[in-house]
Design a protein around this ligand. Sequence first.
Ligand code: SF4
Length: 226
Amino acid sequence: VEKPPYTEIYNILFQNYGSQGWWPINNIYKKRNSLTNEEKFEIIIGAILTQNTAWTNVEKALNELRRNNCLSLKGILETRQETLAMYIKSSGYNNQKAERLKIVAQFLLQHPLEELQNMEIKELRTLLLSVKGIGPETADSIILYAFAKPSFVIDAYTKRIISRIGFCRKDISYDELQTLITNNIEKDTELYNEYHALLVEHAKRYCRIKPECNTCILKDSCEKKL
Ligand code: SF4
């Protein structure tokens, strides 16, 4: 049985869009090999803030936290939830997200970054999923982008593109789609990092809610199951 051409799709996306340099830190996109604890912390906070909102809104919220000396474990622990909510207003659902920042800060107090960094993916994922406000997408984003371990991130864009191409049902579950993709590509952090970021870029450029199929760079591999 021929494997679906996930690698071919990746190559087309990469050739056209180039390296995406995720995860942006301090508003800068660039390739990173080793992250400092401050950078890992910023990614974790960003992963919470980006739930249900666009990244531009998250950047504003991160800048406000930074400007008020709150983009640190100490800063979040020592600042009132209501004040945090004010700083992160641009990210939407800000009261709920302020509560989540508090909960995550407590979690990181009990489980320092060094401890999490040294855990196996499965164990780390289970632990992260036990934290209120961290679902599969947030957990995988943290594992992949903060801890640089290969855990493939699925989001609405991934599901949209892969189902339209014709590789899966529209209503496939998070875990099913993750298994489907990871069974068909090499298990590699760099690849997982770029692949997710490239799919997001593709959903923004062509595979929008109203897709631009006529000019799409993937149209030859796509069944256009709309
Ligand atoms: S051809 Fe259309 S449906 Fe298929 S990936 Fe491109 S934009 Fe999406």
